[in-house]
Design a protein around this ligand. Structure first.
Ligand SMILES: [Zn+2]
Length: 265
């Protein structure tokens, strides 16, 4: 079996403050070690149950996602680091049996979710695919769905796990913490997080072939409502972008992949 893992930092165990996700801060250095630990648990678990190929995409950070602690990575996977959003889910093909998200967070505006946001807390208010509200998890899941790859597993806070179930009812999840406010959480100890990830991944791999990839009716529209008009300004004069109002833009494509890719052209 082949699995594609996308990582983020906000949903990782022990992470609940914005400074833990900002490179250069001493607390970030600890957070990336916790992320690396969760990724290693995932890779080793999937290898134990017979996975023959695992790609891990380091996914936190807009232009240069580089968070995994390279020297601590375990054997058994290939790790994509430094990738920009303009190369979304690189190396993903229809050969993969499932999409896995480690360290995921809920979409912007989710009550009691740790560090909730969609792409950028500084410039995005919300996003929709064919009028379905989507956060980063949903964008990745619908995008992967165009290659026939289903979302099979998500780890993150309880709100991220709930969002995953709303997208794919059969998805398996592993809760790493329970969100209280945007910057506080009830933390599970590392040993419990490890058990949740291992058990959830085993269940997910077992049923992966029965989980349907997400799909949308064509044509697909990807709507982004930015916080301010100036955040959308660069799209105002693009002929392939529909302007709903000065800060809300719609990108159209034959499927979710094409519509999403128009955004970062
Ligand atoms: Zn992130």
């Amino acid at each position: 079996m082949r699995f594609y893992i996308i990582t983020d930092l906000e949903g990782v165990e022990g992470v609940t403050l914005p400074i833990q996700t900002e490179a250069g801060n001493p607390m970030y250095e600890k957070a990336r070690r916790l992320l690396t630990r969760e990724v290693n648990i995932a890779v080793e678990t999937l290898r134990e149950i017979g996975a023959e190929e695992i790609i891990v995409l380091d996914g936190h950070g807009a232009n240069q996602a580089y968070n995994l602690v390279y020297e601590e990575l375990v054997n058994g996977a290939r790790y994509v680091m430094g990738s920009p959003w303009s190369n979304y889910l690189p190396l993903l093909t229809s050969n993969f049996d499932g999409l896995i998200q480690i360290g995921a967070h809920a979409m912007a505006g989710t009550k009691g979710a740790v560090l909730d946001h969609t792409m950028s807390s500084r410039s995005w208010r919300c996003a929709y695919l064919n009028d379905i509200p989507v956060g980063e998890m949903g964008i990745a899941a619908f995008y992967a769905g165009t290659s026939g790859v289903p979302l099979i597993f998500v780890s993150g806070d309880d709100k991220a796990c709930l969002e995953a179930k709303g997208l794919v009812s059969d998805v398996e999840t592993a809760i790493t913490k329970y969100g209280l406010t945007r910057t506080s959480a009830i933390m599970l100890p590392p040993g419990e997080v490890e058990r949740n990830i291992k058990d959830g991944l085993k269940r997910a791999a077992e049923k992966a072939r029965f989980i349907k990839p997400l799909s949308l009716d064509s044509p697909v529209s990807f709507k982004i409502e930015f916080l301010l008009a100036e955040h959308a300004q660069r799209y105002w004069n693009r002929e392939d972008v529909e302007l709903l109002d000065p800060r809300t833009v719609i990108f159209k494509g034959k499927d979710a992949r094409e519509a999403v890719e128009r955004w970062y052209l």
